[in-house]
Design a protein. Structure first.
Length: 263
């Protein structure tokens, strides 16, 4: 039987999801996907009919894969379309954790990187989650300092988890001739431990198809081995593509992640 959310208490609402209480289990909450899409720290905003269902499918497939890989996630199950049950947080960590394999996006400007530069190992950065402040990045040297000098184990745990998750998803997408370029994830504390939370959908990463079969991805720059013009991610929305085309790209991601069940 479908859950009647009109009778449930709304715990929180973000750009793309609504969180409701779960009166049957106080250790979990309902996470309901919305059709909204945003970019530019929330400045650009549209509603794409059907996006919630597509995002829910992608998120479900990815989190179920990560749970099978024994990653500590908040995801429990998906009882109906557009709805997931997740573990209730003790505390949200107000950071975005970004891991990159290939240079793309903002790092080209602030990092003065050449597009396509390959990072091995994957690099990881923390951004303070605040749209009006444009999610400023934390200094790597200071992060290293507080991990060592102040025993800030949460930072070390998030770096480790983010890189492990990246490798899992990179390997999964590679099975379908797609390169995971970078990804942005969030974390929280549940029962005293760091857990992967929130969602992983087309807005969480960049995905570029291979430009050819069996590309050489073990070189300093891999741009010629990939097809950035065929990107499948939210960059299509950032770059001004028509809403219908954006949804089509997200649907392509969902078709790929649907096959993760066999990995």
């Amino acid at each position: 039987m479908a859950v009647d959310f009109s009778s449930l208490k709304k715990v929180a609402e973000g750009k793309t999801k609504v969180i409701y209480e779960n009166p049957k289990d106080h250790k979990t909450v309902y996470m309901v996907f919305k059709d909204d899409i945003t970019a530019g720290d929330g400045v650009k905003h549209d509603v794409i009919s059907g996006k919630a269902l597509v995002d829910w499918k992608t998120n479900k497939d990815i989190f179920e894969l990560l749970n099978r890989k024994n990653v500590r996630t908040h995801y429990v199950c998906s009882p109906q379309e557009k709805v997931s049950i997740v573990k209730k947080l003790d505390r949200k960590i107000n950071l975005e954790v970004v891991s990159r394999r290939v240079a793309a996006g903002s790092i080209l400007k602030w990092g003065k990187m050449q597009e396509g530069t390959r990072f091995d190992p994957v690099i990881t950065q923390f951004h303070y989650k605040d749209d009006p402040l444009h999610d400023p990045m934390l200094d790597d040297k200071y992060i290293d300092y507080i991990i060592k000098a102040k025993d800030a184990t949460e930072y070390a745990e998030m770096i480790k988890m983010n890189q492990e998750i990246f490798v899992h998803l990179e390997a999964a997408f590679a099975q379908f001739d797609v390169q995971l370029i970078d990804m942005k994830l969030e974390y929280g504390i549940i029962e005293g431990k760091v857990y992967l939370i929130d969602e992983i959908t087309g807005g969480s990463f960049r995905l570029w198809p291979y430009a050819k079969k069996n590309p050489n991805l073990n070189q300093p720059n891999v741009l010629k081995e990939l097809n950035p013009s065929g990107r499948l991610d939210k960059d299509t929305y950032r770059m001004g593509e028509q809403i219908g085309n954006v949804l089509t790209k997200f649907e392509e991601i969902a078709k790929i992640t649907a096959k993760f069940a066999n990995l």
